[in-house]
Design a protein around this ligand. Structure first.
Ligand SMILES: C[C@@](CO)(OP(=O)(O)O)[C@H](O)COP(=O)(O)OP(=O)(O)OC[C@H]1O[C@@H](n2ccc(N)nc2=O)[C@H](O)[C@@H]1O
Ligand SMILES: Nc1ncnc2c1ncn2[C@@H]1O[C@H](COP(=O)(O)OP(=O)(O)O)[C@@H](O)[C@H]1O
Length: 261
């Protein structure tokens, strides 16, 4: 079985407050788009995981299999991840790999887990993972795991990335005053303070168009607009990754969050 994974942009992301469990309450709109990796699942007499991804710890794909096994019996399986997307982008590609592994194994072995159960297991892997069970466009609140589908229309977005933000700790770098900020993505404040290369890239983008926004914890940024204009901007941006994608934005109700002037 071959599975194609996807990515997301956080159209905005407000960190509201720190919770008693150490996580943060957030409010964000997550929008799925077509940019992903490939996962191959096949029957095998022993478990195996292979990937072209250089990994320091267990891969989220392996984590997904282990979490699944805590809930249901899964036969031995061979899984291969062909990683084609960058790490540390804030586009949730690892979370998508994990969610697609759960859904893929559920289908491949006919495990009969329903959507509610898949969402529960996904949240045990990471707060970004449940979104990719249904994908598309959703308002995410609480720790990012309470999801509400939002009706969307397609727009073009220029997505750019130069340097990654490799940190599972970005929330710990928030300062009290950050919670009062008007930034469309609160997490840009700790990123600008702690990641000089990403800060330089952000200033480069701001000199071209002030409406560039950061996705998640960075390092990817995006600009929503008309295709012709985005192509002009793309030519001016110096970055390792530049692509124009179709992205869902809410049909109604979120203009103040999404379109800054
Ligand atoms: C920042 C966001 C935006 O979508 O993702 P990315 O930038 O990675 O795409 C998410 O909130 C990240 O999601 P994810 O990376 O899955 O988080 P997890 O693995 O569950 O948590 C990693 C760590 O981040 C912190 N964390 C995460 C989510 C949240 N609402 N509050 C937090 O404080 C916790 O300290 C946790 O230990
Ligand atoms: N399949 C995977 N894809 C991407 N990252 C993964 C994967 N498995 C484990 N990781 C680890 O997860 C971290 C990336 O997480 P994060 O920066 O939150 O993701 P993103 O920025 O892509 O949303 C890195 O430390 C990376 O090594």
């Amino acid at each position: 079985m071959k599975i194609k994974t996807s990515s997301k942009l956080n159209l905005f992301l407000k960190v509201i407050s720190k919770r008693d469990d150490g996580y943060h309450d957030i409010k964000t709109i997550m929008s799925e788009f077509d940019f992903g990796d490939e996962i191959f699942i096949s029957k095998s007499s022993t478990d195996s995981f292979n990937s072209n991804m250089v990994s320091t710890g267990p891969n989220l794909v392996e984590k997904a299999l282990l979490k699944l096994r805590e809930h249901v019996s899964v036969p031995s399986v061979s899984i291969e991840l062909k990683k084609m997307t960058p790490i540390g982008s804030g586009m949730g590609t690892g979370s998508s790999d994990a969610a697609e592994t759960l859904k893929g194994l559920n289908d491949f072995f006919n495990l009969k887990l329903d959507r509610t159960m898949l969402l529960k297991i996904a949240a045990e892997i990471g707060m970004d993972v449940p979104f990719f069970i249904d994908g598309k466009l959703a308002l995410a609140t609480k720790r990012g795991d309470k999801l509400e589908a939002v009706d969307g229309v397609f727009k073009n977005a220029l997505v750019v990335m130069d340097e990654p933000v490799i940190s599972k700790n970005i929330y710990t770098l928030l300062e009290p005053s950050d919670f009062d900020s008007d930034e469309p993505n609160t997490l840009i404040l700790p990123v600008l303070r702690n990641y000089p290369k990403v800060r330089d890239f952000y200033y480069h983008l701001q000199n071209i168009d002030k409406n560039f926004r950061m996705s998640g914890a960075g390092g990817a940024f995006f600009l929503i607009g008309e295709n012709d204009y985005l192509n002009q901007v793309k030519n001016k941006v110096s970055a390792k990754l530049k692509m124009i994608v179709d992205i869902r934005v809410p049909e109604v109700g979120y203009d103040d969050f999404i379109f800054s002037s």
